[in-house]
Design a binder for this molecule. Structure first.
Ligand SMILES: N[C@@H](CCC(=O)N[C@@H](CS)C(=O)NCC(=O)O)C(=O)O
Length: 247
């Protein structure tokens, strides 16, 4: 199995945690999507990460990939069984993918970290302030109402896809300088702390830190040295390409 995409992306992080929960072995091609080659366009028509390649199957979209893994492989379940719980789990994951995707990834992480580095585009300070002061607090108010009580571990007993997804987006918020205020959103802060402490999730933080501290050129070697199985060939190039989608 091959995963294409850097696990700094919350969508990729979600998939690598799911793979670890299923006990599946895979090679990682930790590319930044903006540097994808022509071959990347062929496996990812929207030029987005992650992509999962499992034998002849090439799959896009983290939710589709995780649902495939849950149906095709035994191991820890990624979604609860009861229809109402299952639907709620999917909605919380969808909320994170769409709303936190917009607020945390595009308007905060991409704007402050990726756009200046990749496209030499400086962040708009007013837009960033709005994310930090209005949009993220608004999202966190809703998330706080969903979060498990302080003494309950995860949303549906054991850690599953919606727990992983919410925590994955707040890693990027933290990397972009936004930490959850535990006085204002205590349940959320404690819940995300529990997710991050799970060994399968903690491993992605270890990998993320290596990626963050190394240049693109040295990255694969640093990850290999840290015991990560890196793909022999890469879908990543050296020249940034125009994005297919803008939102
Ligand atoms: N719905 C997709 C979203 C994936 C996504 O937006 N990935 C970002 C990285 S965080 C990406 O590849 N962006 C490149 C682009 O949009 O140009 C999923 O769940 O996999």
């Amino acid at each position: 199995m091959l995963i294409v995409g850097s696990p700094v992306s919350p969508y990729v992080r979600k998939v690598v945690v799911a793979l670890a929960m299923k006990g599946l072995d895979y090679a990682l091609d930790p590319i930044v999507p903006f540097y994808g080659t022509e071959a990347f366009t062929r496996i990812s028509p929207l030029r987005r990460i992650p992509v999962l390649i499992d034998g002849d199957l090439v799959l896009n979209d983290s939710t589709v990939i995780c649902e495939y893994l849950d149906e095709a492989y035994p191991g820890a379940p990624l979604l609860p069984k009861a229809p109402a719980d299952r639907a709620r789990a999917r909605w919380i994951e969808e909320y994170a993918d769409s709303r936190l995707g917009d607020v945390v990834i595009w308007r905060l992480f991409f704007a402050t970290i990726m756009a200046p580095r990749v496209y030499q585009r400086e962040p708009d300070a007013d837009a960033i302030a709005r994310v930090r002061e209005v949009d993220l607090p608004h999202a966190l108010d809703w998330i706080e109402a969903q979060a498990p009580e302080a003494d309950r571990g995860f949303l549906f007993g054991t850690m599953m896809l919606p727990d992983i997804t919410i925590a994955a987006f707040f890693r990027n918020a933290l990397l972009a300088g936004f930490a959850i205020d535990a006085d204002r959103w205590p349940r959320t802060a404690a819940w995300i702390g529990r997710v991050e402490a799970e060994p399968v999730f903690a491993e992605t933080i270890r990998v993320e830190q290596i990626i963050f501290k190394t240049s693109t050129r040295d990255r694969a070697e640093a990850l290999r040295a840290a015991g990560v199985r890196i793909a022999a060939e890469s879908y990543g190039g050296t020249v940034p390409q125009a994005r297919v989608l803008t939102g």
